[in-house]
Design a protein around this ligand. Structure first.
Ligand code: HEC
Length: 141
């Protein structure tokens, strides 16, 4: 069982993540292409990981959905691999480095989920998120 203090700090992090997720949202009417579509999937998977390890445990703190966190983070690392093959990134070594970093961040969450280890999960999630944002920033998006 986790104490009330732990609960508050988790809640703070969820709020921080929700705020930065909102900041990462595209302008309305952004044009759709393969990249945009895959990024939509990326965001969906990312949201599921957050729900699995942050939101559901707050409703019932013994209910961290490690299985879901593992599945959706596996999705993120697969998507990162597919994105690296798109023509947009084929010759963009910097973007490809971000995608490799993203796949590693996702695999780290997957590993923790497999061990059902909550410790380190939040930090890994924040690293993953900062990789999304760093790449968006570099691409002026
Ligand atoms: C390789 C760099 C890179 C990484 C890493 C990256 N993105 Fe993106 N993302 C982009 C680019 C470039 C666009 C603009 C796509 C376009 O032109 O439609 C974008 C667009 C988006 C969009 C808007 C899609 C739309 O509707 O057009 C979302 C949402 C998004 N990314 C979420 C994420 C999330 C969540 C992560 C991390 C789990 C992530 N991205 C990681 C480069 C990246």
């Amino acid at each position: 069982m986790l104490g009330p203090r732990r609960r508050i700090s988790r809640m703070r992090i969820v709020v921080a993540l929700a705020v930065s997720a909102a900041l990462a949202l595209p302008a309305l009417g952004a044009k759709k292409n393969d990249l945009g579509e895959m990024m939509g999937k990326m965001e969906a998977a990312y949201t599921e990981v957050i729900k699995a390890i942050m939101v559901s445990p707050m409703q019932d703190e013994d209910d961290i959905s490690f299985g879901q966190a593992g599945l959706w983070s596996e999705d993120i690392s697969k998507l990162a691999g597919e994105l690296a093959k798109l023509s947009e990134f084929e010759k963009d070594e910097s973007a490809r480095a971000f995608l490799r970093r993203l796949a590693n961040d996702a695999r780290e969450i997957q590993g923790l989920a497999k061990l059902e280890q909550w410790e380190g999960m939040t930090a890994a999630l924040i690293r993953l998120q900062s990789t999304c944002m760093a790449c968006h920033k570099e691409n002026r998006f």
